[in-house]
Structure formats: C-alpha cells, structure tokens
Design a protein. Structure first.
Lengths: 92, 922, 133
C-alpha cells in the first residue's frame, strides 16, 4: 500500500503539472504569433506538453505494483458474515 | 462511383461486421473467455467519447475558434491522469452495489431515492437529446454529401424537402434497430454488454484510422507537411488568428471547456456506461490513464491542419467546415478516402448512439418507468415473477423513442447550430451530475434533499440559458427572448443572466449552472438531516474501500485444518467447531482432510464462522495470526486495531448491560421466591392456626361426647374429664386472644396506651404477675434483681407486663426439669432499659434461634406443657417491643440454658439525670 | 364386627396431645379393644415392634417423627402387612388427606371428630380384610 500511495501522489503531481501546462497563467506565455519550423508556437507547445503528460502517465501506470492491482481488481462479492449459528439460539 | 446504393451497401456491410464482432464478443463472454479483458479494448471503448462531433465537428470548431477545440480533449486527459482514482472508487461502489447507470448511482447514494433517480433520468434524456440528434444530422449530412460525388454540394438547409427528411428518418430507424439489436439482445436484461463493448472498441479504431488517413492525406499529400500548411495559412490574417487564443473571452472559454470536458468524460451517460458499468477489471483503469490521452492526442493532431487546409482549398466559404473531413478528399478526387472518411464518421456516430441509447434505456427503464409502473401500474405487476420481458420491451421502446425525438430535434432546432455547440449543450446538462457524484463519493454530509435541489436548480438554469435560447433561435419562441430577455427584462437575458456579459453561451451557462448547482448542494445539505438509510448509503459509498478491505480480501498465508479448527474451538467450543467443519463438508460435498492444509474456501469459511462470533475485524486479526500472514500495511493494521478496539469497547458495554440485566432478573427471581415463600408461609400459618384451634376443640368435643354418652361414669373420672374440658376451653380462648392480638398488631389496629412511665414499678408489677406461673412448679428457684434507678420510658405498661410474663412463662416452661432456676435482671445501661430473663434449661440450638420468634414455632420438644403455650408469645413480645422502639434478643447455649434480653430506650431528659447519678456513684 | 371378647383387637393410639390420647384411649377401651398409647412417632414404632397391633390411630403432626413417616414405615414393611392405619389430623386440608391415603393409610379422621364416628370407622376397618399392599 505504501507503493500505491506513491502512485496516487505521483498521479496528483502529474495532474497538477498538466493543469499548470494547459491552463492560464502559463498558457498565455506560449500564446504568441511566432512559428517554429512553420508551426505555431502554441500548437507545438500544447502537443509537446500533451506528449510529455502521456509519457509520464504511462510510466506511472507501469509502476503500479501488480499485487496491489490484483487486490483492487474485480471486487469480490462482499463476504456475508454467517448469521450467528443456530446453535447459538439453542444456547440462548 | 459513390452512388447511394454503393454507399448504403458499404455502410450495411460495415454495420454487419460490427454486429458479427458483437455476437462473437458475447459468445466468448458466455464461454468465460472474454475478448474485452484487456486495457486496450477498455481504453478504445472509452474513446466512444469521440463522436461524429469530434470526427466532423472538431474541424468545424477549429475553423471558428482555432486551437479553441483542444480543451475538449485536454480536459479528459487531465481527468485520466488523476481521475483513475475516482473511477476506481466508482467501479468498486457500482460492483458492490450492483449499480446499473448514473441515475442508479445518484439515487442509490442518496438513500435509494426514487425521485432522484427519476430526475437524473429525465435530465439525462432531455440533456442528451441534442447530442443524439447531432449524430443523426452528421450521418445524414455526410451521406447526402458523399452520394453527390464528384459534385460537392451542401445539403440544402431545407426542412421542407420531404425526400431529405425521409432519408434521415430511415437512417434513424435503421440506427434504432441496430442499437436495439446490440444493447437489448440479452433476454436476461443483463446490464453488461461485452459484445457491444467489443464493437465499440472496434469502431474507435476505425474512426481513428479513418481520421488519421484523412489527416495524413491532407497534410502530406495535398500539402507538404505541417509547416507548409501553417506557413500558407499564416499569410492570411484571418487564418493566422486561429493559431492563438483570442483574449480574455478566449481564455475563459478555454478554462470552462477544460472543466466541462473533464467532467463529461465521466458523467456523460455513455461514458459512465463504458467506464464504470462495462469495466471488467479495475487494473484497466490505470492503463487507460495514458492510453486514452494518447488516443485523444492522435485524433486531434490533424484537426487544425485539416481545418486550415479546408479553408485554403475552399476559400469561398460555401463549403461547411463541418464537412471538410469528407469534402477535401472529394475535392482532391479520392473517392475511396472519402468513403473511408464517411465510414469513420458513421462509426463515430453509431458508436455514440448505441452506447448512449443503451445507457439511457437502462436508466429510463430501471429508474423512471419501472418505479412508476410499480407504483401506479396494474396491481398484478408486483406479483409477476419474471419482469425481464417487460424490461426489455421498455428498453427497446426507449431506444426507439429517444432516436425519434433526436430526429425531431435535428429537424427543428438542430438546423440552427453548428455541431460543436450542440454537443456542448449536452455537456453542460451532463455536468449537472458531477457535483452530486463527487460529493457522493467524498462527502458523507451530502444529503438527498441537497442533491435533489442541486440537480433541479442546475437543470432549470440549463433549460433557461441553453435550451430555451435554442428554441428561440429556431423560432419556437420569440427571437426577442434570446436577444433582449423575456418581456424585455435585460437582467434575465438568457445569455447574460444578471448582467454576466462577454461570455460565450456555453461558458455562461457552465458558470451559472455550477454556481446554482454546487451552491444548492452544499447549502441545502448543510441544513438538512439525512435519513438513516441515506447515512448508511453515504458510509457505504464514501468508505467503500475500508469496508471491502475488511471482508473481501483473499488470504495468502497457509495453515493446517487442525490449526483452524483449534482457532474456531477457542471461540465456538470444540463441539461447534467440529459441527461447523461437518457443515462445510456437506456444503462442498466432500471430506476435508483434518490433518492437511486448508484451502482458501476452508479459510474463508472459518473466517466467516469467527466473524459471526467475534466480529469481522477481530476475526481478521485472529486469522492473520494463525495464517502467519504478514500484514505489511501499517494503515490496515491500525484500522483493524481501531475497529477491533471499538468492537471490544462495544462488546464490553454489552457485557456490562447483560450483567446488569442478569442482576436485575436475579433480583426479580429473588423477589418472586420471597413472594412464593410468603405465600407458602401464609398457607402454613393458616394450616397451623387451624391445627392449633382444632386440637383443643378435639379434646373438648371428645370429652363432652364421652360425658354425654356415658352417664354411668364414676365421679372422679367425670371430674377429671370436666377439668380437661375447662383447661382446653381456656387454652382455646388464650389462643384466640393471642391470634387476634398479633393480627391486630401486625395490621396496626391495636390501641396502645403509650406514655412516659417510670420503668421500676412496671417491672415490679410484671414480676409479681409471673408468680402465678410458679404455682404448678413450686420447685423452681426464681431470683429477681431490679435496679433501683430505672429510667422512665415511653411504654404501654400493660403490654410491657405482657412481654415479661411471656418471657418468664417460657423460662419456666423450658428450665431444667429437676432443678429449675429462672432469674430476672432489670438494669439501666447507656440510656437503655435492659431486662434479662434467664433459665437453666436445655437451651436453643443455633438454627432454632431465629425460628423461635416466628409464629407457632417452638424449639425442641414442647410436649410437656402443651396446653400452656400458644406458640405466639415470642412473636407478640417482639411486636410489642418494636412498638416501643426496643429490641428482643436471645443468647443461648445448648445444655446451659437461655437468656432472653429486651431493651427499651429511656426517655432522653432522664438519660442525663441518670448519667449524673452514675457519675455521682463512681 | 369382631367379637372383642374372643380375641380383643389390639389398638395403638399415637398422639402428642395428652388429652386427645386420653379420650381415644377411653373410647377404644370402652369398645372392648386392647389399647396401648404412644406420645410420638418413635415411641409408636417401638410399640409396634414390641407387639404388632391390628390398627393404629396415628396423629399427623407430632414431634420427632411425624405421622406420615410412621405410616410409610408401617406400609413399606411386609411384616406389618396386617396393620391397618387411620390417620388423625387437625390440619383440615385435602392435600394432607391425599398424602395420607397415597402413603397407604386405610382411613382418615379429621379433628375434631365425632366419637361415635371414630368408633364406627375403627370397627369397620377391623371387620374388613387388610388391603393388599
């Protein structure tokens, strides 16, 4: 679970990074008419940032420990605790 | 070459292929070998997010707002980077609670509220309708453009053309049939559709490939790569404007669209369906966190190039930018590519329609129609065991109805909007679910009333700011409504509510609905109390991982059956532990090797048995100790210990309570025993009284009859018999007097003559009265020692004399037969008058000592003087002394005689006098 | 009625009340029986052991050994099969009567009794063969 918490933390950090990259106030920095190799800076920037985000997400997803994934996989039906055995009634 | 029949046949073949994939998926699922159990299929199925709206509309939007189309895909990317945590929780909750739709989820979370489920269903249907009509419009438009090849001819904006409407209607009906075949094939109305998911994933692949094909064609075949397109476009000022975000309004729109789409990727009914309901393995969510963003990136790379290319190729503006994906290929003389683009668009539209209508149909049937039917429908409905047929019929009807309504919308309202705007109207409607869902997942304080008012408020604002203006545009209501506000009230202008100006309608509506929605959810929740069931559901949902971890985890450690049995025996006892194992053997239909290793079924069985006895948390700890499984996770251990200590506390309280109860019932039993004892005593008393009275009566009657029947008796005999009759008569009178005396004292009706009397003279009188007792026993030595300075006391003199006479007559009766000695000593001590009456008789055994004060109880053999005693002397004496606040006690030793002592408190004033006297003496 | 002159029937009277003892003694002697008395249960058993009576008039409430116990001893001893038992009680309760009869008592007289009735009952019992155990 320690490792999973790291995964969660990494995801949060990545989310914050993404929000920073994709939203103002960082975004306007690249909102300019110049072009690099004919391609507008903003267009280039967004897709580059997007690629970065996807790559990092893939790294995080790969790092998720296998057994942890196991334990949260397809929720087993909640074990219904056996009702107090009928013997108990007889004792009562 | 692209005649209508050709396009139709290709379309039908494509749909047939989809159907084949779906049936194959279903068959494999039935066989237990799912083809969708991979994260790739899962991620592709989520890409149903990209509809024909993406396929055709993104380009359209790019033409009007440049990079402004991107937030719709950046939002989901952000959601997936973080949102897998939320989605994972949603999945766990939905699986655990068997939730079938977003309406079901919200209704279930807020106390299984029927009204909430209905409201969500209605919002979903009304809100998604424009979105569905958009797909219909996209298919029919692209179809009619394609079959005009090689001409490029926009379909006339001609609602009046009957042929055109007919085509669209056929398409609608065909899609309805297709969706029904896909989504409601199962007779068992199962909520999961593996075949459908497989087909949707395939469609996502097709639309991606088709779009990339068009994009590559435009970028690298028509033009010379990205640089070329952008460079050419930059020469036009109108086009280079599209490279950047346009001022504050542009950023506002950017941010709101990002947030809007972040929510939409989860809360749109079809997204919820594929993301949560159709999920087969939660690990897939984590892989989808990068796969879906990658898909979105790929499908968007060429949007701007295609848009710019279209604008460069069709500079006259006669070609609708929404059709560029199709028309560029047509213009370039690439019919196959155009057909591929058409199929891509078709797959995007059909994918959305199938999943969306299935999701809506599930929702409408489960949360809208069935609750209504069960409430107001025919009475026999609730008694029908099998409702699946009805359910399927409702779902099929819903699919058909939704599509037909979409068709109507497309032909009336839809004409006036670009594709992208219609889609966003639906996004805002779906966004209304987000606060209730998020609060439902993380805030236990969110209440049903809060959620209800939030959804209702948000939905009404949505209607006012987006739906009504769209009606206004299409002429259903006066155009002035959108322009100037209702009745010319500027503050109520639907696009600038309360003067919020300068925003595009979508951002405006997003902001207002969220203010109202979130405000109501939080505000109302804070001021309403959740019901018990709401509270229970809140905990089940918010703490879903905590609960499940406690009971749903598999054990990995190993233990022998014998060890587990010993563990059970510790808590259940040996016989029940053995009985439990026998029960398990019956369940699994086979013997369990008592010496072998326990399998997982046995382990979880034992855990359940233990949980039944000591609670789930404690059972886990016990199992862990036996299984020697290390608990790495300190959190879990802490939590279990926490729970366990709470349980221990609780059970301690219970124990305490049950002890109290036991004590109380013990007391009750005691009281009952006492009552029974008293009742028995009363019976015994009555029997004894009867006996005591009958005995002298018997003698009296017998001798009277003897005297009557034997007139020839001698004088001496006659005299003797008469004396007996007299004696027994006296005994009878005494007895009756005593009984009445005692009864009166006990009932408190005795008349007492209590006054302050000097005790000396009274004791003297009493001693004198006893002298008569000695007439039968002149041999008895009697000594009297009465102190001269006896204090006065509050007494009834006659009664006090009665006590002394009783005690002395007892002493006389029981003193030594040969050398009887009785002594009377009266003295003052510590403010009390003390009188001892002693005899030198056999004494009273310890067990008899208390008995002698009871009525008709006499110690030892009392034969000798039977006519004298009534057995009531001591009880009467005790009663009398109690009345004087005095006591009567006895000290006795077997064989040495007994001493009866009574004490009466002296009157206070004279205590002092007496003390002075004593002081003077010493 | 057995002719007392030929072989006077032996009657044992047991009661802790001397006056009742005296009156019964007078009545039985008058009826021609050979009469002995005892003041309590133990004494009664001793008398029975000394010489077997034909009939015992037995008071219930006595010190040392009560009438029920004495009756039980008599009825459970096969050697004493010929002894008839009449219980005398001053506790006029049906349960007592039931108990006495269940213990094998042959008759039951409630105090105070009519002297004539008492004599008649004794005579009737003596005339009747002993109830089989």
């Amino acid at each position: 679970m320690v490792r999973r918490n790291r995964t969660v933390d990494r995801s949060v950090a990545l989310f914050l990074l993404g929000a920073m990259l994709f939203l103002p106030p960082l975004l306007p920095v690249f909102n300019r008419p110049e072009r690099i190799a004919g391609i507008p800076v903003l267009y280039l920037y967004i897709f580059a940032a997007w690629c970065l985000l996807i790559a990092l997400a893939a790294v995080i997803a790969r790092a998720i420990p296998h057994e942890e994934a196991d334990s949260s996989a397809a929720a087993p039906p909640l074990a219904t605790p056996a009702p107090p055995a009928s013997d108990g009634d007889r004792n009562a | 070459m692209l005649s209508a029949p050709v396009v139709l046949i290709v379309s039908l073949l494509y749909l047939g292929l989809l159907f084949a994939i779906a049936s194959y998926g279903d068959r494999r699922a039935d066989a237990g070998r799912s083809i969708i159990a991979t994260p790739y299929v899962y991620a592709l199925s989520i890409a149903v997010y990209c509809t024909s709206w993406t396929f055709f509309g993104s380009v359209g939007r790019a033409v009007s707002s440049g990079v402004g189309f991107l937030p719709i895909y950046l939002g989901p990317t952000l959601t997936f980077v973080l949102g897998w945590i939320v989605v994972r929780k949603l999945i766990r909750i939905c699986k655990a609670n068997r939730i079938t739709s977003i309406a079901d989820f919200i209704a279930s979370r807020y106390g299984k509220s029927v009204s909430l489920g209905m409201l969500v269903s209605v919002i979903a249907v009304v809100g998604i309708l424009p979105y569905i009509s958009l797909q219909l419009k996209a298919i029919s438009t692209s179809f009619s453009i394609l079959i005009a090849y090689p001409d490029i001819r926009m379909p006339a904006h001609s609602s009046g053309v009957a042929a055109w409407q007919a085509t669209e209607l056929y398409i609608t009906l065909a899609l309805a049939a297709f969706a029904i075949l896909f989504g409601t094939r199962h007779i068992d109305a199962s909520e999961r559709h593996e075949g459908m998911v497989a087909a949707i994933a395939f469609e996502s692949l097709v639309k991606l490939v088709a779009f990339l094909a068009v994009g590559l064609f435009v970028t690298f075949s028509v033009f010379n790569g990205f640089g070329d397109i952008f460079t050419r476009a930059s020469s036009s000022e109108a086009l280079s404007r599209l490279f950047t975000i346009d001022g504050v309004a542009g950023y506002t729109s950017w941010v709101t669209l990002t947030i809007l789409s972040m929510a939409a990727i989860v809360v749109l009914p079809r997204q919820f369906q594929v993301l949560v309901i159709e999920n087969v393995d939660k690990r897939h969510v984590q892989q989808a966190m990068w796969m879906l963003p990658l898909y979105l990136l790929l499908i968007n790379i060429f949007v701007l190039p295609i848009a710019l290319g279209g604008l460069l190729l069709f500079p006259d503006g006669k070609v609708d930018p929404d059709t560029f994906v199709l028309t560029i290929a047509m213009q370039q003389g690439a019919p196959v590519l155009a057909l591929v683009a058409f199929i891509g668009g078709l797959s995007a539209a059909t994918g959305m329609i199938i999943v969306e209508t299935v999701a809506l149909a599930t929702m409408v049937s489960n949360d809208l129609v069935m609750p209504l039917l069960l409430r107001i429908g025919p009475r026999n409905l609730t008694e029908r065991k099998d409702l699946t047929g009805l359910l399927i019929a409702i779902r099929r009807g819903t699919i058909l109805l939704v599509l037909l309504l979409g068709y109507v919308y497309a032909n009336t309202v839809g004409e006036s909007y670009a594709l992208v705007t219609i889609g966003l109207v639906s996004f805002v409607a779906a966004l209304q679910f987000a606060p209730a869902i998020l609060a439902g997942l993380y805030w236990k304080g969110a209440t049903r009333v809060g959620a209800l008012s939030a959804l209702l408020g948000g939905f009404l604002i949505w209607i006012y700011t987006l739906l009504l203006p769209s009606f206004s545009r299409s002429g259903w209501i006066a155009a002035s409504f959108a322009e100037n506000g209702p009745w010319g009230l500027v503050l109520l202008k639907p696009y600038a509510l309360l003067g919020l100006e300068g925003l595009d309608p979508i951002s405006h509506a997003t902001i207002w609905t969220m203010i109202i929605n979130v405000g109501l959810l939080v505000g109302v929740s804070l001021f309403t109390l959740p019901s018990v069931i709401e509270r229970g559901q809140a905990v089940r949902f918010v703490d879903v991982f905590k609960q499940a971890a406690g009971s749903g985890r598999e054990w990995h450690g190993r233990a022998g059956v014998a060890e587990l049995k010993a563990l059970m025996a510790r808590f259940l006892g040996e016989p029940r532990a053995e009985a439990a194992l026998v029960r398990l053997e019956q369940e699994i239909n086979g013997p369990i090797d008592r010496q072998g290793l326990a399998n997982s079924a046995t382990v979880s069985f034992v855990e359940r048995q233990l949980a039944g006895a000591i609670g789930a948390a404690s059972a886990r700890i016990m199992m862990a100790s036996v299984l020697r499984e290390e608990m790495h996770d300190i959190d879990e251990v802490t939590r279990i210990l926490d729970e366990a200590s709470q349980l221990v506390l609780y059970s301690r309280r219970l124990e305490e309570k049950s002890r109290e109860l036991e004590a109380t019932s013990q007391e009750l039993r005691g009281a009952n025993e006492q009552l029974k004892e008293l009742d028995k005593l009363k019976d015994d008393f009555m029997a004894t009284v009867s006996h005591e009275i009958r005995t002298p009566l018997t003698s009296i009657r017998s001798f009277s009859e003897i005297l009557r029947d034997n007139p020839d008796l001698g004088e001496q005999e006659r005299q003797e018999f008469v004396t007996i009759i007299v004696q027994e008569s006296e005994r009878l009178s005494r007895l009756i007097n005593d009984i009445l005396d005692l009864a009166k004292m006990e009932a408190g009706t005795t008349e007492w003559q209590i006054a302050e009397h000097p005790l000396g003279p009274i004791v003297e009188r009493a001693v004198a009265a006893t002298s008569g007792l000695l007439t039968h026993r002149p041999d008895i030595e009697m000594s009297v020692d009465v102190s001269a300075a006896l204090p006065p006391a509050m007494v009834d003199p006659d009664r006090l004399i009665q006590v002394v006479v009783n005690l002395v007559s007892n002493a006389v009766k029981f003193c030594d037969k040969a050398h009887g000695r009785v002594s009377i000593v009266a003295r003052a001590r510590d403010g009390w008058l003390e009188v001892d009456v002693s005899d030198n008789g056999v004494g009273i055994s310890a067990e008899d000592i208390e008995k002698i004060f009871e009525r008709f109880q006499q110690a030892g053999n009392t034969l000798t003087d039977k006519p004298q005693g009534t057995g009531l002397g001591l009880p009467i004496s005790r009663q009398i002394l109690q009345r004087f606040d005095g006591t009567l006690s006895v000290v006795s030793e077997l064989g040495r005689g007994s001493t009866f002592t009574f004490r009466i408190p002296a009157v206070k004033a004279s205590i002092a006098a007496h003390d002075r006297e004593v002081g003077a003496v010493t | 009625m057995t002719d007392p002159a030929l072989s006077p029937a032996k009657v044992l009277i047991v009661d802790d009340e001397p006056n009742i003892l005296l009156s019964l003694q007078f009545l039985m002697k008058k009826a021609g029986y050979a009469v002995r008395t005892a003041k309590d249960g133990e004494e009664a058993l001793a008398e029975i052991a000394r010489e077997m009576p034909d009939i015992v008039l037995l008071d219930v409430m006595m010190p040392k050994l009560d009438g029920f116990s004495v009756c039980q001893r008599i009825k459970s001893d096969p050697a004493l099969a010929g002894v008839r038992v009449v219980m005398l009680t001053a506790r006029g309760r049906d349960v007592e009567r039931e108990k006495g009869l269940s213990l094998g008592a042959d008759d039951y007289i409630t105090k105070p009794f009519s002297t004539k009735d008492a004599i008649d009952r004794v005579a009737t019992l003596l005339a009747r063969p002993v109830k089989p155990a």
